[in-house]
Design a protein around this ligand. Sequence first.
Ligand SMILES: *Cc1c(COP(=O)(O)O)cnc(C)c1O
Length: 351
Amino acid sequence: MSRYWSDFVHSLEPYVPGEQPQGHNLVKLNTNENPFAPSPKVLEAIRMATTDRLRLYPVPDGGPLRLAIAGYYQVPAEYVFVGNGSDEVLAHVFNALFRHDKPVLFPDVTYSFYPVYSQLYNIEPALVPLNADFQIDIADYQRDNGGIILPNPNAPTGSLLSLEQIQRLLEMNTDSVVVIDEAYIDFGGESAIPLTQRFPNLLVTQTLSKSRSLAGMRIGFAIGDPQLIEALIRVKDSFNSYPLDSLAIAAGVASFQDEAYFQQCRQQVIDEREWLISAMQELGFEVLPSAANFVFARHPQHDAATLAAGLREKKVIVRHFNKPRIEQFLRISIGDRSENQLLMSQLDLLV
Ligand SMILES: *Cc1c(COP(=O)(O)O)cnc(C)c1O
């Protein structure tokens, strides 16, 4: 607090990201990073882009990366917007595409950045409760709104909506923008990107942070009708013309060019997830079905905060949210086999 702050800053309640400890002796399963390295071709592309050309500004619209994403998803380049992580893209979405005079709908249990963006841009959120099984019920979104945003799969629950359900949501909601945040879609869901050709109010966002192992490069994107993209560009160009640096653009392009490596890592994370789910179930955990690179689980006999603290003492970090409805759950990112085994051996001692 300082008397030099604006009133607005005094009132802000920022997002609190998961811990990023600097040491290397920890099993870090708290922020849904990918346990596998980025593609060697991505690392080579970053090295190749590290030249005296870094004295020049990058292309303002992501240029080659925009084209690579458009090619990969078979949409025109005008359907693609790139940003400095999908968090930045989402911030621009709240500012540019959600009406500020009606409530914006999102689940009561979801990505905790949404309420923060709502506050930042003075938008009133209306929380739509997940059902008793912690699933999103599309019928609950049939009400007047200034926009709708849902992660698919949802975070932190991991639960997936089918493309048919998304389509039903779009058919009943044509007057405001519907955003599907597909940060985890590569781990088992079907992307709604093809629906952007039929629904001009659908915007799909994705990130290279999770399924493409590039959280450190900060690359996210949105795909939607060119009129939605134009709104995002207008806000971007009123804020920062060059959100992606030259190295990020090179890294992103190379990632979309190495399909074999992407498919292999993605499958390995999925296989590890299934391994971890059965191991946790054997210890008595109730694990929600997950289509993401994390699981959301509770133990009927053990307090989640106590379990998280017990793991932390053994140098295993998982995420615990001290929030209504989910305070007895742990969100655990999928590690590689040795990390998952270490996690299980420590849980075995705690339950
Ligand atoms: C991780 C995450 C993001 C943000 O990803 P970045 O591209 O790293 O900013 C967005 N939405 C959800 C639901 C996430 O879990």
